[in-house]
Design a protein around this ligand. Structure first.
Ligand code: HEC
Length: 107
């Protein structure tokens, strides 16, 4: 019984580890060239995105930037679309939203 529990805890632990690392990995693989966490790069920083977009909006932008960037008010779309699987999409969304500023800035 104890052994089963240990194995269970081990899996739970390694699962939560990958869970935490995943979003950062997706970011470093696909987004890092154009987005930074808090500084403006070619695209807006994640902190700014997190302060004004929902998870659904972020995911729509990643999969179909050509249509969504118009809705967001950009004149030209410079972001390419990404084919991420569901886990990657959810991980990167969580990662972006984790940069949401603690205090809401008034605009
Ligand atoms: C080639 C450069 C480039 C890459 C790579 C890139 N982006 Fe972008 N992104 C942009 C630019 C430029 C914009 C501004 C809107 C536009 O041009 O369509 C943008 C806009 C966005 C927005 C909407 C910003 C807003 O106003 O809310 C989100 C969300 C976003 N990017 C997420 C991502 C994620 C997640 C990745 C990685 C999977 C990624 N981007 C990769 C260039 C890029």
């Amino acid at each position: 019984m104890k052994k089963i529990l240990t194995v269970y805890l081990f899996f739970l632990f390694s699962f939560s580890l990958t869970y935490a690392v995943e979003g950062k990995k997706v970011f470093e693989t696909y987004c890092w060239g154009c987005h930074h966490q808090t500084a403006v790069a070619f695209g807006p920083p994640f902190a700014e995105i997190a302060s004004k977009r929902s998870a659904e909006e972020i995911q729509a932008m990643i999969t179909d930037p050509a249509s969504v960037s118009k809705v967001f008010g950009y004149k030209r779309n410079a972001m390419p679309p990404f084919k991420l699987n569901k886990e990657e999409l959810e991980a990167i969304t969580r990662y972006i939203l984790s940069y949401k500023p603690q205090k809401e800035e008034k605009q």
